[in-house]
Design a protein around this ligand. Sequence first.
Ligand SMILES: Nc1nc2c(c(=O)[nH]1)N[C@H]1C(S)=C(S)[C@@H](COP(=O)(O)O)O[C@H]1N2
Ligand SMILES: [Mo]
Length: 393
Amino acid sequence: MKDTTTGGASRRFDLPLPQPPDFLRIGPLREGTFRSPLHEPRTAVVIGRWLGAAVVLCFLTGLVSHALQDPPGWLRDHLPSRPVNGYRVTQGLHVIAGIAAVPLLGAKLWTVYPKLFEWPPARSLRHLLERLAIAVLVAATLLELFTGLLNTLQWYPWPFPFRQTHFWLGWIITGALLLHVAAKAVTIAEQWWRPRTALPGRRAFLGTVGASVAAVTVTTAGQTVPWLSGADLLAPRRPDLGSQGLPVNRTAAQAGTTTVPADWRLTVDGPAPLRLSLAELLTLRQHTVRLPIACVEGWSASAEWTGVRLRDLLDLARVPSGARLRIVSLEAYGPYAVTTMEPAHARDPLTLLALSVNGRVLNADHGHPARIIAPNRPGVLQTKWVSRIEVLG
Ligand SMILES: Nc1nc2c(c(=O)[nH]1)N[C@H]1C(S)=C(S)[C@@H](COP(=O)(O)O)O[C@H]1N2
Ligand SMILES: [Mo]
């Protein structure tokens, strides 16, 4: 059936055809309730393009983040440890695009919301399915942006696991978005290249949306983009604030690792297992590298790390070069107390078992006595308070 709002001329969304029965012509179902001329397809398409771009960017960078944090078996051996700043850039973009999507989604929903009161609610099975797909798209996108935003604040006021929920919602949104774009393909094509027609208030509206997007991104992007750090007013983190010049997510007090046992040794499994005290680690060849902590929450901060190359330790223990590792922390509980590392990262010459940061011995909050620091690796996997390196084969 032909959608009555897809005419070539720009047509407002709020003309219910046919009208609802008399007793229902109340509230938003009355004719003429929505008076703005901007509830029309051209404005919806202009904003939809930007919102679509932000959503696609979030989805792709989200896939990268998920793959690096929890790689499926077939991908494990193909995840590169370079570029050094890879995860910093993809995750920075993920959070920047997600924040930009908030005002864009608000503007898009405002533009089209008279359609919520379309009459009749469903003209055909196709129309009903199309509207159901939009309901899923809107609900999933609202939940996705809400959980993502709260994650940047490290606040999890819900009973479900954040990462899995955020990941699967991303797929649901992408599927529903493809359906939505397919269902609206004619309208989108018609409006895409249409010469601009002056509609009262449109420039001001689009200008306000653009200014809102600029305001929320410029005041938060400084948590990962160094030259914007001066404008970092709304982000939960300033990358240069924290002990030893770096933010801390989980403190030693929270992890229960403020006091390291006097008999602490780094254990490395392998054909020639190692048990090394801190003094012994310091006698091995030390390297200094400049690498970022790039947190999934969107902040990142570079620092100078000094310590022993992980691959030197693996060679000493005669660990085979293709081995995957399990890195075990002194932390007893906590989702990042144990992490795994693929050979590409384990063998990268920049990957260190770091003992100091910015020229000072690691303090308790940054992982004393030893922590992992590796290039192109999510912050959650830069394990602090390392006690043992196991070989997974
Ligand atoms: N053992 C352990 N290591 C950990 C964590 C943790 O909770 N436990 N948090 C990780 C996270 S989420 C980040 S972003 C980095 C932060 O490192 P920093 O506190 O030294 O800046 O440490 C990582 N290492
Ligand atoms: Mo993190």
